[in-house]
Design a protein around this ligand. Structure first.
Ligand SMILES: [Fe+2]
Length: 240
């Protein structure tokens, strides 16, 4: 059995430092890894990233993250990534990593993802260059995730995104903003590999549980949804 702790959308700044830490200190007793589903910061500044590093760095378990849209806001992504990686936090973007856990080899492939919408109600690669660029961003992001998932050599495969791969976990959000919360292409990427679990954030008013068209379990771990420092998933014979 492999034990995965996960949370997204923690939006850390000075005033949040210390709020998660007591629960995080308990991770070595209950999880093999902590996965963060993006939106670690409020505006993606280097100083906010330093707060994230203080809160989520130096834990007794590996920490793997993707960035979210908020982490891009101030165009300081390289600085944010460096601060996080200096704190021992692995940042995935169209990439993956394999962890040797007691219960087997865990492969985590991650990408921020992007919007675009879902079957029958999605943006299409047609018309103005701006619309084509929007859809191209979505497609490239999903293709990178799918490639990273398919290349992983492991016993259990997990997909980590910020944007949602399915509409199920958006239930509770206004329908009008679904196209800005995720895209079906991410779901297709997840279904292109033997993925055991897909984790995402971004949809603060969404719902915890969903499934891809191919039957992969999806969990929205945005902090406002799970209402705890992290959720724990036990992967092995069955998913809890
Ligand atoms: Fe977000």
């Amino acid at each position: 059995m492999i034990r995965i702790a996960a949370v997204g959308d923690v939006h850390v700044d000075e005033d949040v430092v210390g709020r998660f830490r007591p629960a995080l200190e308990e991770l070595p007793d209950c999880a093999d890894v902590l996965l963060l589903a993006g939106d670690l910061t409020r505006h993606g500044t280097e100083s906010e990233a330093r707060c994230v590093a203080r809160e989520f760095g130096g834990l007794g378990v590996p920490v793997i993250t993707v960035l979210g849209n908020h982490d891009h806001q101030c165009d300081q992504v390289p600085q944010v990534v460096k601060v996080l990686e200096d704190a021992g936090i692995t940042v995935l973007e169209g990439t993956g990593m394999v962890l040797e856990c007691t219960g087997g080899r865990l492969g985590v492939a991650g990408v921020k993802g992007f919007g675009g919408g879902f079957a029958g109600r999605c943006a299409s690669d047609f018309g103005e260059p701006e619309m084509k660029a929007f859809v191209r961003t979505t497609n490239e992001s999903a293709e990178a995730l799918g490639k990273a998932l398919r290349e992983m050599e492991c016993d259990l495969l997990v997909a980590l995104t910020h944007y949602s791969p399915v509409p199920d976990t958006l239930a509770g959000e206004p329908l009008e903003i679904y196209p800005f919360l995720g895209s079906y292409q991410l779901g297709q990427a997840i279904d292109s590999a033997p993925t055991a679990l897909a984790l995402h954030g971004h949809a603060h008013a969404g719902t915890e549980r969903g499934t891809t068209p191919g039957g992969v379990r999806v969990r929205n771990v945005a902090h406002p949804v799970i209402k705890q420092a992290y959720s724990i998933f036990h992967l092995g014979d069955h998913l809890e």
